[in-house]
Design a protein around this ligand. Structure first.
Ligand SMILES: Cc1ncc(COP(=O)(O)O)c(C=O)c1O
Length: 302
């Protein structure tokens, strides 16, 4: 799995006693570097986990081929990817399993929550048991068994009705949300292009064949000092920008429960210090967006 991701990606495996092996990311998309995956595989490897960073698809044809050749499961953390596609195929439909997050930071959200997408029908029956505290209660409710029992290790993964009602309203507005998010994303991209180019600040790169869902808009400042100064500059103008992932390979729990792939994670380390995300919400209006762009453009690199 990539080192440049949220800890939920790694927790899922560490909780079951597996060892996350952290692979470096690509400089251009910040996705797991597909050229480094094979060197990280040992005879104890069971799965390749990808995260489509910012909803921009990983190099799935290469990664899928490696998974197949080594007989490994392919799993997608699709927290960013809902609505995105890779060469016409929806993100979240490549792996045998994909995880979807509905945390408040996502395009479609209900505060906290998520979904498991199962692309392998052989996994459905067991998943239904795992999510119902390890029981066959769903079968009992359908009248397929006359009592339900403890069959497997599970937990209370079912969301509450109230949260799902909120999520449903978000899903019903999906097209509208996406339209607005894309408008904000594109306005940032166009409005900052000349400023970014003249300051040597890379803007997000979308490879051919990738349709992204406008999940986040990020810039890569030259270094940590400029990144922090840029965030402070925006805050003084009423704009809340944020950085995120700290590399997992060097985090205390990452070192305790996982390890780095051969070659280390040098790109991840420098990206983590340089990346800043601009506010991206469906309800930002044109004035808000123009204000963010103006505020960013007045920043002078140190
Ligand atoms: C890549 C990635 N995976 C998972 C999550 C979160 O999942 P959850 O908060 O639903 O565990 C996030 C962010 O919140 C994320 O960025």
């Amino acid at each position: 799995m990539p080192s440049y991701t949220f800890m939920s990606t790694a927790n899922a495996y560490a909780l079951r006693g597996a060892v996350p092996v952290f692979v470096d990311c690509r400089q251009d998309t910040l996705n797991i570097d597909e050229r480094l995956i094979e060197a990280a595989i040992t005879d104890r490897t069971r799965a390749i986990v990808v995260v489509h960073y910012a909803g921009v698809g990983c190099a799935m044809e290469v990664i899928g081929e490696v998974a197949k050749r080594y007989g490994l499961a392919l799993i997608e953390d699709n927290a960013h990817g809902l609505g995105g596609s890779y060469h016409g195929k929806p993100l979240g439909s490549f792996g045998s399993i994909a995880a979807q997050s509905f945390h408040e930071t996502k395009n479609v959200q209900c505060g906290e929550g998520g979904a498991l997408l199962l692309n392998d029908p052989a996994l459905v029956a067991r998943a239904e048991i795992v999510r119902e505290k390890g029981t066959d209660r769903s079968r009992f409710f359908r009248g397929q068994v006359d009592k339900y029992r403890w069959l497997d290790i599970g937990s209370s993964y079912l969301p509450s009705d109230v949260l799902v009602a909120l999520l449903m309203s978000q899903l019903e507005s999906f097209d509208e949300i996406q339209l607005r998010r894309h408008a904000v994303w594109q306005a940032y991209h166009d409005g900052l292009a000349d400023w970014a180019a003249s300051n040597g600040i890379p803007q997000p790169m979308i490879p051919d064949g990738c349709k992204h869902p406008a999940h986040l808009y990020y810039l890569l400042l030259p270094d940590l000092q400029n990144r922090q100064a840029f965030i402070a500059h925006l805050a003084e103008r009423g704009v809340q920008a944020a950085f995120h992932y700290q590399p997992l390979h060097s985090a205390p729990a990452g070192m305790r429960h996982g390890r780095q792939a051969p070659g280390g994670c040098a790109v991840t380390e420098q990206i983590a210090d340089r990346l800043v995300r601009l506010p991206l919400f469906a309800d930002l209006d044109e004035h808000d967006v123009a204000h963010v762009i103006d505020a960013a453009r007045t920043y002078k690199l140190n």
